[in-house]
Design a protein around this ligand. Sequence first.
Ligand SMILES: [Zn+2]
Length: 186
Amino acid sequence: MIKEIIQIGDKRLLKESVKVERADIDSKETRSLIKDLLDTCKANFEDAAGLSAVQIGVLKRVFVVKRTDLEDEYRDQWEVMINPNIKILDKKESLIWEGCLSINTGENRLYGPVYRPKKVRIEYYDQKGNKRSLDADGFFSHLIQHELDHLNGILFLSHVENPANIWKEDEFDKYLKENRQYPPIV
Ligand SMILES: [Zn+2]
């Protein structure tokens, strides 16, 4: 079912989500939560690359991410990650301009520059309860760390020190079109 995505100001976004019990991973309740996450992402297909359960109001350690690390033709695959843990593989940081489905909608959506460890390994359970692991680099690494932050009640805006670096979508798009590069970080 397509769910409403809760927005900044809703205090649930600042709460830590709880682990899914092993016995509950392959349950009707979890299956329905995963379906809701995927349906909601697909309904927002133009800008959704990931969504955490808390963003549809369920405080469980579950998120879905698009496989942006794969070749174009496979990028529409979604990975379900339950009870994820991250290990940093390369502490060197990379910079990505991030946005979030919970930080405004349409032309009011906000974007900001975020530095995160460049390379991480994520260990998680898939929807069948199998233990899996993936190494992620660049954008995909940011995507996973952004979603894991949600499970810990952290929004990407907390990583942007100077509010002057936060841009509204319409102005950000206009800047990119006119300058063909990201705005300088101030
Ligand atoms: Zn987000």
